[in-house]
Design a protein around this ligand. Structure first.
Ligand code: COA
Length: 321
């Protein structure tokens, strides 16, 4: 038994913020941002929330799959920017969709969240505990950015992507790898509330995202190709056998470096970071939906998805479409 993606959907906030706009509110430029990252614009929330984007992405994925919300027995949302500490975003999605039969919870694995969600559903499916699931990657990262830190805030965007997964006896997930390195976790961090009780009040300043960009870059360009090679080896395939690499959209230079290390043409690496920026857990499912809706996925195609980032975490998942 394996797990097959039978539908995809995504939802981006209405408001587009260009690099040129950012250069009017901080000391930056389109030239600096786009030459170092490939990012030209991102979508930022105004009225939308992590839950509202997730619900719409989920609804679109269900429509694409031809599945009713009541058929879902599991909803997992990969996110680090849920609207509440509790309820989880997945429970909010359940309520929004009327998915009354689903068990719902969130996964915080930052930019690996969607891929970790897929692997979790796959484990439930293999054990017989689940047949039809919705996995979502969704973020409103703009609310955890320090908008006076130009080295980090220009990189990120908001949005949600979703996939409907169904148990399948023939094909779907072929091989996978995932891992974590908590020792290096503080290279990309956002602090939660601090201690606050009758015994100690350390203050409740909200945390904002801080990143050592160069350390995260070094991590990504080594961990991602290693993880992909592991999955290829398990599947008995070579890098050329893959039709499309759907990678987390952090930085065009990271993706170019991975392509070079795998000795694969950049033509096999679709890109959404130019118009979306880095949406952490949202990046992989949003890009998957984009290539699906463009008709770029054919039955039998082999697609390698790879997420990497905060934690530090990484995960790669090879599927047959
Ligand atoms: N606009 C203009 N100048 C900026 C800027 C911005 N938005 N952000 C930083 N700078 C300046 C710095 O202040 C610094 O100036 P100085 O030399 O006068 O001190 C200069 O640009 C170089 O900064 P630095 O941080 O060394 O740049 P970099 O070449 O390392 O590039 C990143 C920064 C973030 C683009 C790069 O490290 C990166 O892509 N890392 C990976 C990050 C990532 O993708 N993380 C998410 C993974 S999930």
């Amino acid at each position: 038994m394996t797990s097959r993606i039978i539908g995809t959907g995504s939802c981006l906030p209405e408001t587009v913020v260009t690099n040129d706009y950012l250069s009017t509110i901080m000391d930056t430029s389109d030239e600096w941002i786009s030459s170092r990252t490939g990012i030209r614009q991102r979508h930022l929330v105004k009225e939308e929330t992590t839950a509202s984007l997730s619900i719409e992405a989920g609804r679109r994925a269900l429509d694409d799959a031809g599945v009713k919300p009541q058929e879902l027995d599991m909803i997992i949302v990969g996110t680090l920017t849920g609207d509440y500490v509790t309820p989880s975003t997945a429970c909010e999605v359940q309520a929004g969709l009327g998915a009354v039969n689903a068990v719902c919870f969130d996964i915080n694995a930052a930019c690996s969240g969607f891929v970790f969600g897929l692997h979790t559903v796959n484990a439930y499916i293999k054990s017989g505990m689940c047949k039809t699931a919705l996995v979502i990657g969704a973020e409103t990262l703009s609310k955890i950015m320090d908008w006076s830190d130009r080295s980090t805030c220009v990189l990120f965007g908001d949005g949600a992507g979703a996939a409907v997964i169904r148990a399948d006896e023939t094909t779907g997930i072929l091989a996978y790898d995932q891992g974590s390195d908590g020792e290096r976790g503080l290279h990309l961090e956002c602090k939660n509330r601090t201690n606050n009780n009758p015994l100690v009040q350390t203050g409740m300043e909200p945390g904002y995202t801080h990143m050592d960009g160069q350390e995260v870059y070094k991590f990504a360009v080594t961990a991602v190709p290693a993880s992909i090679h592991k999955v290829l080896e398990e599947a008995g395939l070579s890098p050329d056998d893959i039709d499309l690499y759907v990678l987390h959209q952090a930085n065009i230079r990271i993706i170019q470096s991975v392509a070079k290390r795998l000795k694969v043409s950049m033509d096999k690496f679709p890109i959404s970071l130019d118009h979306c920026g880095n949406i952490s857990a949202g990046s992989v499912p949003i890009l998957l939906d984009e290539v699906n809706k463009k008709g770029m996925l054919k039955k039998g195609d082999k697609i390698m998805m790879s997420g990497f980032g905060g934690g530090l975490t990484w995960g790669s998942c090879l599927i047959e479409w």
